[in-house]
Design a protein around this ligand. Structure first.
Ligand code: SF4
Length: 264
């Protein structure tokens, strides 16, 4: 993996997610190697092998925050703020330190457990929240689809620890891959440790995209008997698979009184 300084680009950018006006991606690129990563389709760089950081993220962000009222900032929209190089580079920690100093707070989404390192900062921010993203209960499958992430159970254990420390915790169950992702067992793992869970499907609409080609190759090599059935459901938003999963999850949500947002 190559690490370099990116050419001048803003640290703080507009955010379209509800409840957030701004987002920060401390890194350009992400080395978690998720084969389904949507960012691969638009990346101008070698997204997963060449990670870029800002020359002086603290100084630049301090200037960009000038005149902006303290508020909640989202971290983890395009790339993972706790991807492997963060252990060494500390860019995310620098961002959190500055946000804290200026009375901002943060919503974080990650596939790592490195956020535990920053508990001292998160604990001082008003209503900071950390969410983990998960999609696999089977470790072999996780390694096929997201080779550089840590095991799902390690993420959940870290989240539980954070919750115990009084930090708000959430989860993103994504992407749901038909006949592979075991949604109910994942919900059971997450339910006790999160205040809200969002569920999204593997939404690939263009057959030429990089993430589609990546996924098709994995399916062909490792799931040859299921490949056609999986792809039929992925391509067709009206496929009965989605309707029956949604129905099942709505029943489950009501039965378990889960704060579940289903986008299937
Ligand atoms: S963690 Fe997110 S940004 Fe990073 S490779 Fe995976 S899907 Fe892409």
């Amino acid at each position: 993996m190559k690490l370099s300084i990116c050419s001048e680009r803003p640290v703080l950018t507009r955010c379209s997610l509800p409840g957030h006006n701004f987002q920060i991606d401390p890194y350009v690129g992400c080395a978690h190697l998720c084969r389904y990563c949507y960012a691969l389709n638009q990346a101008e760089t070698d997204w997963q092998n060449h990670i870029q950081k800002h020359r002086d993220i603290t100084g630049q962000l301090a200037r960009e925050l000038n005149g902006i009222q303290p508020q909640r900032i989202y971290l983890g929209y395009f790339s993972d703020p706790y991807q492997p190089c963060e252990a060494m580079c500390l860019e995310t920690r620098k961002v959190l330190s500055l946000l804290l100093e200026k009375d901002f707070t943060a919503s974080i989404l990650t596939k790592s457990d490195l956020f535990l390192r920053d508990l001292d900062l998160l604990g001082q921010m008003p209503e900071a929240s950390v969410g983990i993203s998960v999609a696999f209960t089977n470790e072999r499958q996780r390694k096929l689809f997201e080779a550089n992430t840590i095991p799902t159970k390690t993420r959940v254990r870290a989240l539980a620890e954070l919750k115990k420390a009084g930090i708000r915790t959430t989860a993103l169950l994504c992407p749901v891959i038909p006949l592979i992702t075991r949604v109910r067992p994942l919900l059971n793992l997450l339910a006790e440790n999160t205040e809200k869970i969002w569920i999204y499907e593997l939404g690939i609409t263009d057959r030429q995209t990089i993430n589609r080609v990546n996924c098709a190759t994995i399916l062909k090599n490792y799931f040859p008997n299921k490949k056609n059935a999986i792809e039929e459901a992925v391509w067709d938003r009206n496929h009965p698979f989605w309707g029956s999963l949604k129905e099942e999850l709505l029943l489950y949500k009501n039965k378990k009184r889960l704060n579940l947002e289903i986008h299937l």
